[in-house]
Design a binder for this molecule. Structure first.
Ligand code: PEP
Ligand code: MN
Length: 337
């Protein structure tokens, strides 16, 4: 950490900050220039309360040299983390497709999607039993009944299943029913929920918050890993910008940035940023080209009858077309699909 002191800082202030940092076990290097004094701090600056240092009257600015996230950073672990679940490995050579309806609606619907998505190469079935909806009057999900249907469909088809968990109290129950838990965009900042999914060992898909920076996103992942669960799959799902032609703006540039910053796998949700099924395949192609480890995409047997997100859900023929395009791209990108 580098602390820049204000001009005309007095010697007693320099001694004061030196002493404060020394008490925290930090090594301090004072560099006195003609106009300014710079304090170089060596040691684990996690122990230093940044806000307190910044608020000292004689401090001009503080720069962190170390990344604020530790366990999820590339510095901490150079090689990619590969998360194994059943026959799937996320973060390795495989490009993993997770596909399914926005929500579990009934057994017939989920079974038909599961069979269709599996047939064309998806390894994981996505479907929400608990739905975070903008309006309290919209369909809120089948809840426990949805979990039972997910388990049944897994048993019947052998597909790996994932679902969203919204409530801290539901984490153990949801973990009993599905293979992978998902923390949705609206809960990326729910630190109690992050800590709770950190206590289990099942993989967790962490979606980027609607207005979260990459730094905040990685710090949210750090909460889960710091609690003891290293199996975090990051998911870029679009952020809110001034653009209204699409539902959200897919931040495709987040993929190379996150690949550089973190060893965790990163997948893309092309459905929620598109908000319209006509744009989904293009965004899925962009995901594989940008180096993502997979996608999580919405597919529905009858999108016009879907209880949520029908407009952006791919029809079965569109899904098949997407998979055929992605298989060609996977080859070009040196990935297997
Ligand atoms: C979802 O994947 O069903 C979902 C609600 O997405 P998000 O949390 O990204 O809005
Ligand atoms: Mn949805």
């Amino acid at each position: 950490m580098i602390i820049v002191l204000k001009t005309k800082t007095q010697d007693k202030d320099v001694q004061n900050i030196e002493q404060k940092l020394g008490l925290l076990g930090m090594k301090v290097h004072i560099s006195k220039g003609e106009f300014r004094t710079i304090v170089g701090v060596i040691g684990d600056d996690n122990k230093v309360n940044l806000e307190q240092i910044k608020s000292l009257p004689y401090v001009e600015n503080v720069f962190q040299v170390l990344k604020p996230y530790r366990l999820v950073s590339r510095e901490f672990r150079e090689e990619n983390t590969v998360i194994k679940v059943g026959a799937a490995a996320i973060g390795g050579k495989d490009f993993v497709v997770m596909a399914g309806p926005c929500a579990v609606e009934n057994e017939k619907q989920l079974l038909s999607v599961a069979r269709e998505v599996k047939k064309h190469g998806a390894m994981i079935l996505r479907a929400s039993a608990f739905k975070p909806r903008t309006s309290p009057y919209d369909f809120q999900g089948l809840k426990d009944e949805g979990l039972r249907i997910l388990r049944k469909v897994k048993q019947k088809t052998g597909i790996i299943v994932e679902t969203e968990v919204m409530d801290v109290r539901d984490v153990p129950k949801v973990a009993e029913y599905v293979d992978i838990l998902r923390v949705g965009a609206r809960n990326m900042h729910n630190f109690d929920l992050l800590k709770e999914v950190g206590k289990i060992r099942k993989p967790v898909i962490l979606k980027r918050g609607i207005a979260a920076t990459i730094k905040e996103f990685l710090l949210a992942a750090e909460y889960i890993v710091a609690e003891g669960n290293p199996n975090v799959i990051l998911c870029e799902r679009g952020i809110r910008t001034f653009e209204t032609a699409t539902r959200f703006t897919l931040d495709i540039s987040a993929i190379p940035v996150i690949k550089q910053e973190s060893h965790l796998p990163i997948i893309v949700d092309p459905s929620h940023p598109a908000g319209n099924r006509n744009y989904v395949i293009a965004l899925a192609r962009a995901a594989i080209a940008a180096g993502a480890d997979g996608i999580i995409v919405e597919v529905h047997p009858e999108p016009e009858k879907a209880l949520s997100d029908g407009v952006q859900s791919l029809t079965f023929p569109q899904y098949e077309e997407m998979m055929s395009q992605l298989k060609k791209l996977a080859l070009a990108m040196g990935r297997t699909l």
